[in-house]
Design a protein around this ligand. Structure first.
Ligand SMILES: C[S@@+](CC[C@H](N)C(=O)[O-])C[C@H]1O[C@@H](n2cnc3c(N)ncnc32)[C@H](O)[C@@H]1O
Length: 266
């Protein structure tokens, strides 16, 4: 095998300041990739990994970011040298994302995922739809429309990374109610119900606390199996190539509560 087979490539390794992540970052650097060493809290650990890679003649930079936050993921990719567009419907959330910084390679757009900007056709190498940003619409054909939009904005050969709940796993471990206390002593309770025909999960949340006022809120989300999502992708010209248990190296299983799918535009 060519030991520098990744020369000229950039690798973004999340959670790379220690453990397996650090090991992967060093291995990718040894194979020639320029590595973005992402860390959530441990700057010291990340700096050490970067120094080790540089000491062996490799290229690496450390970038802070919590990968559970959209703005941090967008930022991470922009700092890695990618050209990033972030889109959301919520002006409020976009404002928070912009606070983390914008630039010539990082832009945010307010928009509806059912109708992405027309000028975005065939523009992207990758589309990331992460942390349950899908299944919000009353009409399921809108979810299919979203997938078709993702396909439209991808270049041929581009990939969609889809991450969210897996209906099989959520059903396998279904909890109709639970409650917990947060660090500020607020009690939060969830009651859940599921309609198997529409696939809609309804979550009634209520909270009472010393710090915050009491309140109630209802969320609804349509859950998909990997099978159905793969069919919807297929209808839009996207072929699912890989299915994972989430952000880890386990394959998707019957009991995976979340899933990460990688689909390629044919
Ligand atoms: C559960 S959040 C996940 C957000 C983000 N991926 C993260 O990890 O922080 C779902 C997001 O979808 C956005 N959203 C809801 N409906 C949308 C639509 N029609 N078009 C674009 N974004 C939408 C919401 O504003 C919210 O930011």
């Amino acid at each position: 095998m060519d030991s520098k087979r990744l020369a000229g490539k950039v690798a973004v390794v999340t959670g790379a300041s220690k453990g397996i992540g650090a090991g992967i970052a060093k291995q990718l650097a040894a194979e020639g990739a320029a590595v973005v060493v992402n860390y959530a809290a441990s700057k010291e650990g990340a700096d050490q990994v970067v120094n080790e890679i540089a000491g062996r003649g490799g290229k690496a930079i450390a970038v802070q970011g919590d990968v559970a936050k959209t703005e941090d993921i967008a930022h991470l990719f922009a700092e890695a040298g990618y050209n990033v567009d972030g889109l959301d419907y919520s002006e409020h959330l976009l404002k928070i994302a912009r606070r983390r910084g914008t630039g010539s390679t990082l832009r945010y757009t307010r928009g509806d995922m059912r109708k992405l900007p027309g000028k975005w056709s065939s523009r992207f190498d990758a589309v990331l739809n992460l942390f349950t940003s899908f299944g919000f619409f009353a009409d399921p054909s809108d979810d299919a429309r979203v997938i078709a939009q993702f396909a439209r904005v991808l270049k041929p050969g581009g990939v969609l990374i889809w991450h969210g709940g897996s209906r099989d796993g959520v059903m396998a471990k279904f909890l109709s109610r639970d409650w917990w206390q947060t660090s500020d002593k607020t009690m939060i309770a969830h009651e859940r119900s599921f309609d198997p025909l529409s696939g809609v999960l309804t979550i009634d949340s209520s909270w009472t606390g010393t710090g915050r006022r009491s309140g109630k809120r209802t969320h609804r989300i349509r859950l998909y199996t990997a099978t159905r999502l793969a069919e919807m992708c297929n209808d839009a010209g996207l072929i699912v190539e890989e299915a994972w248990d989430g952000f880890n190296d386990r394959a998707l299983s019957r009991t995976s509560g979340e899933m990460l799918l990688k689909a390629r535009k044919s």
